[in-house]
Design a protein around this ligand. Sequence first.
Ligand code: NAP
Length: 252
Amino acid sequence: MSQAMDRKVVWITGASSGIGLALTKCYLDDGWKVLASARKQGELEPLLDNHQHLTFIPFDITDDSQMDSVRDTLSSYSAHLDCAVLNAGTCEYLDMTDTDPDWKMMDRIMSVNFIGLVNSVEVCLPLLKKSSRPHLVGVSSQAVQAAFPQAEAYGASKAAIRYFLSSLRMDLKQFNVDVTCLLPGFVDTPLTQKNTFSMPFLMSPDDAAKRMFSALESRPFEYAFPKRLTAMLWAGRHFPKLWLSMLAPKNK
Ligand SMILES: NC(=O)c1ccc[n+]([C@@H]2O[C@H](COP(=O)([O-])OP(=O)(O)OC[C@H]3O[C@@H](n4cnc5c(N)ncnc54)[C@H](OP(=O)(O)O)[C@@H]3O)[C@@H](O)[C@H]2O)c1
């Protein structure tokens, strides 16, 4: 069999920046064929010129009308997917000190992070099922492990992803599709670069992607990292009054 026929195929959403871009590099370095999606090529552009096994497929994950054509485009590049890493996402913080808080943010963030991921599953599942050993991966966040102020929208969307994937894991077992939920800690990307609070154990995108890539090899149900943050959030969850007194904004 030729080397080209042996090449495994992954679809990565949110591949134009941050974690998705770094993951794209990991998969390419490991010899995979990468089908990379985002709304715009962004930082993928220079990679596209230099990698024949990298293809950009534009997709706004909130736009239902693109779903069939994205599936058709994916299948025109490969009859099956061995892995899909559904990573695209965004973040906004609710400001309760505002006299008119931006409640519509809940809708915006859920549409991208949660419904967008569900749309992406709908797009790729038929192609995953054609693989002999399919792996579906979604990106949640360590933010789901304990409450953070102003994260009403972001945290809820990531908790929804975690539950959705854990339920989906049960229903896809009969089709031999393995499902992994990734829970990264703080990673230095455009998404977090606007944060004004301290981000303990901040990782570079390359470091985060390498940890994710190597953890995915054993197809865990969940992979939360770095462990020091997991431990800190475990304490926050088990000592909620202390956590509240440490993190809640002080009385005005
Ligand atoms: N950075 C962290 O500390 C951290 C921690 C835990 C979890 N995460 C999660 O990791 C994932 C990647 O985040 P990141 O930090 O790498 O952020 P990032 O650098 O801002 O990248 C976000 C990616 O998502 C894409 N995207 C956003 N909205 C989209 C839409 N409507 N349709 C399609 N693609 C869309 C963006 O491309 P376009 O704008 O071109 O579409 C971009 O490629 C997110 O799900 C995030 O919640 C991040």
